[in-house]
Ligand binder design. Structure first.
Ligand SMILES: [Zn+2]
Length: 297
């Protein structure tokens, strides 16, 4: 389980010189000047920030998908003002008194401040083109989006609510880490907990769409992210279990081109469809309509 400081880094924007690091999270700090321009990681084009935001945070030149904070993603996916957040009061704790480069408690406080998130996961209910659904998201900006106890608990409660109501369930994964090593076994058992809840939802006849974004790795990829009835990935996302370096060292062979990308996984049957971000809303609503009709609603 690759987690913590050795986990794969998400592809965050490298701002051009003199441009302050872009802020993550739902709210911007007042009084902090924002760069008007940034550079595309993929094609190096200089992009007007407003154009990027209007374009679902996709590069207007090459379509490269930039990182999207959880609350921005909710705005992109759901009908305006329709999201009702659940279990937002769940706070992470430090059950092991863990410390690596810094105490876990301090790390949590710093991450909360940096991202304006309380944890790496946001869940709730909303509407997409008028269709009610339950939505969960993980945000790679918060300790790599790794699955600590709170992430596992929020997702499990969401899935249990989905099982009770039989509403469609959509989970958008953006997790470069898997289990969160700072919480040890408490974190590790979340994989089983979330997967078991999804099993019960499946038995009840629920529809689960898993949306994989860059990056989806480790224990997240090995549990809820891979258990969708339909699995959709954004283009060129990094998706896998162990990082490419670890895999290549273990099997002592060079890796095939495009290894652990959406495109590679589509070719090998792990992903059902690759959908660019601007088409996600349409695609999800179409799938929901199709499957609900199939259920005779
Ligand atoms: Zn580009």
């Amino acid at each position: 389980m690759s987690t913590g400081s050795d986990a794969i880094q998400p592809r965050l924007v490298n701002p051009i010189p003199d441009v302050p690091q872009e802020q993550t999270g739902p709210r911007k700090k007042r009084g902090v000047p924002e760069g008007l321009w940034l550079r595309c990681d993929s094609c190096s084009a200089t992009i007007f920030r407003k154009h990027l935001e209007k374009n679902y945070r996709m590069c207007p030149e090459c379509g490269h998908h930039f990182y999207v904070p959880a609350y921005t993603r909710i705005k992109q996916l759901l009908d305006e003002e329709s999201f009702e957040e659940w279990f937002a009061d769940l706070n992470p704790v430090d059950p092991l008194g863990f410390s690596d480069k810094k105490p876990y408690k301090v790390r949590l406080e710093e991450e909360q401040k940096k991202t304006n998130l309380r944890e790496a996961c946001v869940v709730g209910r909303g509407y997409l083109r008028g269709r009610p659904l339950l939505l969960g998201l993980t945000d790679s900006a918060f300790i790599m989006g790794s699955m600590g106890s709170v992430v596992g608990e929020k997702l499990t409660r969401l899935i249990e609510e989905a099982t009770r109501t039989l509403l469609p369930l959509v989970i958008v994964s953006g997790s470069g880490g898997g289990a969160r090593m700072h919480e040890g076994i408490y974190s590790l058992m979340q994989m089983g907990k979330v997967s078991a809840a999804l099993g019960r939802y499946h038995e009840a006849g629920g529809l689960y769409l898993s949306i994989l974004t860059n990056p989806t790795m480790g224990g997240v990829a090995a549990s809820f992210a891979s258990l969708g009835d339909i699995i959709i990935a954004e283009p060129k996302a990094l998706i896998g279990f162990a990082g490419p370096r670890v895999v290549s060292q273990t099997i002592k062979q060079p890796l095939p081109p495009n290894f652990q990308t959406s495109e590679f996984l589509l070719e090998h049957g792990f992903v059902d469809r690759i959908v660019s971000r601007d088409k996600l809303r349409g695609e999800i609503s179409r799938i929901i309509d199709y499957c609900e009709r199939g259920r005779g609603h």
